[in-house]
Ligand binder design. Structure first.
Ligand SMILES: NC(=O)c1ccc[n+]([C@@H]2O[C@H](COP(=O)([O-])OP(=O)(O)OC[C@H]3O[C@@H](n4cnc5c(N)ncnc54)[C@H](O)[C@@H]3O)[C@@H](O)[C@H]2O)c1
Ligand SMILES: N[C@@H](CCO)C(=O)O
Ligand code: NA
Length: 438
């Protein structure tokens, strides 16, 4: 059969990995696809020392790839929102299929990209965009297609999990571990995307659309990163029987969809609490299947390439199918473009239990004042730890609360911070309490 001709744009970590996997496993891939998948052209500004691209046509202008009539599929691996958007839209306008690892692009411009692709009848595949090599998009979109999804929760940023794991297990500093994650090619070009939860929110936005059939709504995701997690909170959480993980959570409730990314206390025995280093894991609760868990490498050259090449295989197999009968981009053939069936809930309406840590002056009555503020907001306390201190010194008070509405917790924290007995700000880490006993 005629080969599928691919143009790779961007030859960095993922581009290099994709080229190497495609060439190294070419025979196996051709047997699976029923036809060879060959790299016809590479659009890259720089060489990648890990790739030998001898014999492959190379251009510095990635838009040349989008215009090359020989190319069937453009693989976008340059990253970012702007140039990548123009490149993908041009490729689609020229009737090319697109494979991308770019979650920022899909989360922010996906609705428009899918509309343009549907009009042209081309595929846009993005398995590598969420949780790197884990085939979670395929699992959710196809494997769980019978289910009403109730919630999903995942560790979906490899860099962040790498940092939290090394801080906890090796006592290393935040900055030192981040530098290592960058050297290993895990981090985004701007690592604040990893640290401040933006990358995880991009991925969660995509997962929520596939799980619930709503349009991509990145601007409505609540996003909080890991930059304020300290060694002390990691230790206190450990004492209480928890591990701190950075989770993306989306859940269907009677009031709408929760869509939130933040550090979370997870009981140590939960599988998600035992996912370390650059590994990602996503737990999905379906009404028929119950809980399922998807685990693997969330970043890195070849794990991510594994997902890019799997998408190329899908394209190679489906290329001649009438596009109306292909698996829809976001799983549902009718995505309600107004999102008014399941609105995204404001964070203030969401209820969680919380870990609170405050620094208080150790004098009589402090605990009572703290407890009164919480009680006035209707927040009940599950546990309190207060360390011994000499009179007048600052001591940490650790509280675990029962579930409370975010709005009330915000008000309680505001009042606690205003107490003269309390120094600095109150640390709040929400507790994961999704029920996976199906
Ligand atoms: N690194 C990972 O583990 C990983 C995992 C999953 C998804 N991703 C996504 O994959 C994409 C690529 O990430 P990466 O880690 O390979 O980045 P990278 O920085 O290693 O590679 C990007 C390459 O694109 C090139 N490039 C950028 N703009 C260009 C332009 N206008 N013209 C020509 N070349 C251009 C850069 O020179 C660079 O070589 C991003 O969208 C990222 O979010 C990365
Ligand atoms: N920077 C991302 C790459 C994978 O999407 C991460 O660390 O998870
Ligand atoms: Na994936």
């Amino acid at each position: 059969m005629k080969p599928v001709k691919v143009g790779i744009c961007g030859l960095g970590t993922v581009g290099g990995g994709t080229f190497n996997v495609l060439t190294r496993n070419a025979d196996e891939i051709a047997r699976r696809a029923g036809r060879p998948i060959i790299v016809e052209q590479i659009g890259a500004r720089r060489d990648n020392p890990d790739c030998d691209i001898t014999g492959v046509s190379r251009t510095h202008d990635i838009f040349e790839v989008a215009r090359n009539p020989e190319i069937d599929v453009l693989v976008e691996l340059i990253g970012g929102y702007d140039v990548a958007y123009e490149l993908v839209m041009e490729a689609i306008a020229n009737g090319k299929h697109v494979v991308t690892a770019n979650k920022a692009l899909i989360a922010v411009h996906g609705n428009e990209i899918f509309r343009a692709a549907a009009e042209k009848g081309v595929m846009v595949a993005f398995e590598a965009a969420v949780a790197g090599g884990i085939p979670v998009i395929k699992s959710l979109r196809e494997g769980l297609g019978a289910n009403r999804i109730q919630w999903l929760a995942g560790i979906i940023n490899g860099t962040g999990n790498f940092i939290l794991s090394a801080m906890r297990d090796e006592g290393r500093s935040f900055d030192d571990v981040l530098a290592e994650a960058q050297a290993l090619g895990y981090a985004e070009a701007d690592p604040t995307f990893d640290i401040e939860g933006i990358d995880a929110a991009h991925k969660l936005t995509i997962l929520a659309s596939i799980a619930f059939g709503v349009p991509l709504q990145f601007d409505k995701a609540y996003t909080e990163g890991i930059s304020r997690i300290t060694a002390e909170d990691i230790e206190q959480a450990d004492n209480l029987g928890y591990v701190i993980k950075h989770l993306g959570i989306t859940r269907a409730t009677g009031k709408g969809l929760e869509l939130r990314v933040h550090p979370t206390l997870i009981p140590k025995e939960r599988l998600l609490a035992n996912v370390h280093g650059v590994k990602n894991a996503i737990e999905v609760m379906g009404d028929a299947v119950g809980p399922t868990l998807y685990y693997g490498a969330g970043a890195g050259a070849e794990p991510t390439a594994s997902a890019v090449v799997a998408d190329l295989l899908d394209v190679a197999r489906d290329i001649s199918t009438d596009h109306r009968y292909r698996v829809p981009y976001l799983a549902f053939s009718e995505v309600n473009q107004h999102g008014d069936t399941l609105p995204i809930m404001p964070m203030e309406d969401i209820e969680t239990a919380c870990y609170l840590r405050l620094q208080a002056v150790d004098r009589p009555g402090v605990l009572a004042r703290v407890a009164t503020i919480l009680a006035e907001q209707g927040i009940s306390i599950e546990a309190i730890i207060q360390k011994e201190a000499t009179e007048g010194e600052l001591v940490p008070i650790i509280l675990l609360t029962h579930r409370a509405r975010e709005l009330h917790m915000n008000e309680a924290i505001r009042q606690l911070e205003a107490l003269v007995d309390v120094a600095g700000s109150v640390v709040r880490i929400r507790v994961e309490d999704l029920d996976d006993n199906a």
